[in-house]
Design a protein around this ligand. Structure first.
Ligand code: SF4
Length: 383
C-alpha cells in the first residue's frame, strides 16, 4: 500500500519553482509529491470522536508521520500550556485534536461577503501567518481541532437552503445555490491528509443541487481532490499574495508558485476556482508584486476556467494586534494604528484599515489590472 510517507520525498529533494516560460511550456503541472505535509507532533483523540472515520484516519496518518497518538479519556484537551506564551504557542501549533463539533457549530452563521453561511470542518490552523485572521477570534492555545461528526454537520445543511443573503439572494450568483464557507476558522486543505474532511464535504455537496461549498487555502497538495465527484458544487479558492509577502509573513504554507499550479490543476479537473488575494498591503513596489501575481495566475489557468477574485485589504483590531505581537514579537508587519483609519462596527468593536486615498488607489489599480490580465476573473468584492 502506498502511504503518505512513500509519497513524501527526502527533505533534500530540490524544489524547482515554475517560471513563466516553464508554466507556458508545461500547462499540466506535475503531481504534488514534492510538497511537504504538515507533520503534527501530537494527535489527540477525544472520547466522543474516537470511533469516527476521522479519528481512524488521524491515528493512521499521524502515526505514519511520526506523531504521538494520545487517546483521551474525556473530551477536554489538556497539556498544551507551556512555561511561556511562546512555548504554549509552539505546543498548540504542533498538535491536532479530533473532536466532535459542538451543537453551536450546527447552527450555521451568516458570513458576508464570501458566502451565505459558515460551515466549519475544523477550528485552528497549523500555519504561522504573521497577520493570521484567527488571532484574537479563537480562545485558548491555538491548537487545531478537527471535527469528526461530519455526518451531523452535513445533515444540518438542508435547514439553511434558500435562506442566505449573499449567493441565495443574488441574481448573478443564484446558480451557486445556498453557499457554505468551510475556511472561516481553518485552512481545511492543510490538515486534509489527517482528517479527510474535505473529501467527504466535496463528495457530499457534489450530490446537492441547491447548495454549494466554498473553501480557500494556502496549501497546494490537491492530488486526492482532483478525481472526486464534485459536480461543480465546490469552488476552491487559493489564498495568494505578492510573492514578497508570502515569503516574509506566511510561515508553514505552500510556496506561491505551488498554490497557483494547484489552482490550475483543480480548474482542469472541472472545479470552479478562485483567487483570494489577501491581505493586500501597499508594500514598496506593490504594483509590481501584485502585477506579477495576477499575470502568473492567468498563466496557471486554462482558458475556459471559471474563476472568481476576492480582494481583501489588511486590517487589524486592537485584540488581534496584541495576540499577533505576542506570537510574533519580531514581526516587521505594519500594525501601527497611527497610520491607519479607525472603523467602528455597530457593537462598538474597532478595526484599523488603510486610509481612504490609499484604498481608492489600490481598488482602482486592482480592478483595472484584473480586467486586463485575467479577463475571465469575476471580482466578487473589495474590502
Ligand atoms: S493559513 Fe490562514 S488560518 Fe492558517 S495561519 Fe495563515 S492566515 Fe491563519
Amino acid at each position: 500500500m502506498t502511504t503518505l510517507l512513500d509519497m513524501t520525498p527526502p527533505a533534500a529533494a530540490p524544489h524547482i519553482a515554475p517560471t513563466h516560460a516553464a508554466a507556458h511550456a508545461n500547462p499540466e503541472p506535475r503531481p504534488s509529491a514534492h510538497l511537504k505535509l504538515w507533520r503534527p507532533s501530537r494527535v489527540f483523540i477525544t472520547k466522543a470522536a474516537r470511533d469516527s472515520d476521522v479519528a481512524a484516519r488521524a491515528r493512521r496518518v499521524g502515526a505514519e508521520l511520526g506523531a504521538e497518538i494520545i487517546e483521551l479519556k474525556g473530551n477536554a484537551v489538556r497539556g498544551l500550556k507551556g512555561e511561556s506564551e511562546r512555548e504554549t504557542y509552539r505546543r498548540a501549533k504542533t498538535s491536532i485534536a479530533i473532536v466532535n463539533a459542538p451543537p453551536s457549530a450546527l447552527r450555521f452563521q451568516p458570513i458576508p461577503p464570501s458566502a451565505d453561511f459558515r460551515l466549519d470542518l475544523a477550528r485552528g490552523c497549523p500555519a504561522h501567518c504573521q497577520y493570521c485572521y484567527l488571532a484574537g477570534s479563537l480562545s485558548g492555545p491555538p491548537i487545531t481541532r478537527a471535527y469528526a461528526n461530519l455526518d451531523e454537520i452535513f445533515a444540518a445543511v438542508p435547514n439553511f437552503i434558500g435562506q442566505g443573503k449573499i449567493t441565495s439572494a443574488s441574481e448573478t450568483r443564484a446558480h451557486e445555490g445556498t453557499t457554505f464557507e468551510a475556511s472561516c476558522y481553518t485552512d481545511p486543505l492543510g490538515i486534509e491528509h489527517l482528517t479527510g474532511g474535505l473529501e467527504r464535504a466535496i463528495t457530499w455537496f457534489g450530490q446537492q443541487s441547491e447548495a454549494g461549498l466554498r473553501f480557500t487555502t494556502k496549501y497546494a497538495r490537491v492530488d486526492d481532490l482532483l478525481g472526486l465527484p464534485h459536480n461543480g458544487r465546490t469552488r476552491v479558492r487559493f489564498s495568494v499574495n505578492a510573492e514578497d509577502i508570502t515569503r516574509r509573513f506566511e510561515g508553514g504554507t505552500a510556496k506561491l508558485a505551488d498554490r497557483l499550479a494547484a489552482m490550475g490543476r483543480m480548474a482542469r479537473a472541472g472545479y470552479p476556482v478562485g483567487l483570494t488575494i489577501a491581505p493586500i498591503m501597499p508594500i514598496e513596489n506593490w504594483q509590481a508584486g501584485y502585477g506579477a501575481l495576477i499575470r502568473d495566475a492567468g498563466i496557471a489557468l486554462p482558458e475556459d476556467a471559471d474563476v472568481t477574485v476576492e480582494l481583501i485589504t489588511h486590517r487589524f483590531t486592537p485584540g488581534s494586534r496584541e495576540v499577533l505581537l505576542s506570537w510574533y514579537p519580531g514581526t516587521s508587519l505594519e500594525m501601527d494604528p497611527a497610520v491607519r483609519s479607525e472603523k467602528r462596527n455597530k457593537f462598538g468593536g474597532r478595526k484599523f484599515v488603510y486610509r481612504r486615498e490609499m484604498m481608492r488607489e489600490m481598488k482602482a489599480w486592482f480592478t483595472d489590472t484584473i480586467a486586463r490580465e485575467l479577463p475571465n476573473g469575476a471580482v466578487l468584492y473589495w474590502t
